[in-house]
Design a protein around this ligand. Structure first.
Ligand code: ADP
Ligand code: TRP
Length: 324
């Protein structure tokens, strides 16, 4: 069975773009692969500098992922910092990482352009991400297009290390699913927690209504035919209904008087109902943190066992294991 690995940063509330773009797919992998999924809290440290906030997001992201369907019986699920060996591997990899390789990474420049402080950690981020991947001998890493370059760094470093120190790492492959649509936010741009256009998965009904009601639509009058294929509201609605129901909405857009505000009200109900069972599960987990801690501790134990083998090989290969 192929080992698939992915991480998500606990840098804020999760939105439906995260769910349909990444989490749903990860959850489905549990049945067909050896899934390793983790909460990338060391990565989130590059942007969240308030300790209380980072701890809260880490716990809540873990509870949310579990509520949405991560099954710790099937999947190795842990918090990145609970397997601190990843830092040791980051250092070992740093010693063979050419500066030029990191200088070419555009995500660093993009983040600076967005206003993040130009820290060393932000610059070295792809090396930590490489360590995440190589530590667990991952075969496949499903990522969005924005992470493609980081996967190239991971492959380059794996090949370089194997070349100079002998076969140590599985060379990972990126799985970039071009079919996974970019989920639009309320303003029609890519939904993102940093653009203030996100519809959160778990929020109060009042907040949900507020976000959905703010979805931007065109100014066509009620009686005018409307274009489902360019409508942001339609795109979001289509995530929650299938074939016939979607065709029915398409027909209403094209052939009947239609008030966007009615469609928005329906969408609020659809989103609320879609996540209803998971909402209850999440509430339960948030109220019982010990249950979450136990699951994460078990996950970390499994992950650490896998990491130990790699770290041992790396220590020997690099000479850090000095006992004769
Ligand atoms: P954000 O842009 O809100 O900060 P992240 O960059 O943390 O989101 O993304 C976490 C995961 O969710 C990534 O795998 C990313 O590809 C996916 N994702 C985020 N936003 C979207 C979106 N609008 N559509 C599809 N997938 C998304
Ligand atoms: N950098 C990824 C993101 O911002 C998160 C991440 C960290 C990751 N380590 C990883 C994803 C390893 C895949 C594999 O979305």
């Amino acid at each position: 069975m192929k080992r698939i690995l992915s991480g998500i940063q606990p840098s804020g509330a999760l939105h439906i773009g995260n769910y349909f773009g990444m989490m749903k797919k990860m959850i489905a992998y549990q049945d067909t692969s050896d899934l390793f999924a983790f909460i990338a809290n060391y990565h989130a440290m590059t942007s969240v500098h308030d300790g209380e906030e980072l701890a809260k997001h880490t716990f809540e992201t873990a509870a949310t992922f579990l509520a949405l369907g991560i099954d710790p019986e099937k999947t190795t699920f842990w918090v990145q910092s609970d397997v601190a060996e990843v830092q040791e591997l980051t250092w070992a990899l740093s010693t063979i990482t050419p500066m030029g390789l990191l200088e070419r990474c555009h995500s660093y420049k993009d983040k600076i352009a967005k206003g993040l402080a130009a820290s060393h950690a932000l610059f070295a981020y792809p090396v930590l991400m490489t360590a995440d991947i190589l530590l667990f001998q991952s075969d496949i890493v499903p990522v969005g297009r924005d992470q493609k370059q980081h996967l190239e760094v991971a492959r380059d470093l794996a090949i370089k290390f194997n070349g100079s120190h002998g076969d140590t790492f599985t060379v990972p492959e990126a799985e970039i699913d071009d079919d996974v649509a970019i989920i639009p936010g309320t303003d029609g741009q890519k939904m993102s927690k940093s653009y203030n256009n996100a519809i959160d998965i778990f929020t109060t009904k009042k907040e949900l209504k507020k976000s959905v009601m703010s979805i931007v639509t065109d100014a066509r009058a009620i009686e005018e035919p409307k274009d489902p294929d360019t409508c942001n509201l339609f795109a979001l609605y289509s995530l929650f209904v299938d074939g016939d129901n979607l065709e029915e909405l398409r027909d209403r857009y094209l052939n009947h008087p239609l008030k966007y505000s009615d469609v928005k009200k329906e969408l609020v109900a659809l989103i609320w109902d879609y996540f209803e069972p998971q909402r209850e599960k999440r509430e339960h987990l948030l109220a019982n943190p010990d249950e979450v801690y136990r699951i994460l501790a078990d996950g970390a134990k499994k992950a650490r066992a896998a990491a130990a083998e790699t770290i041992e090989k790396v220590r020997r290969a690099t000479g850090i294991a000095y006992h004769v």
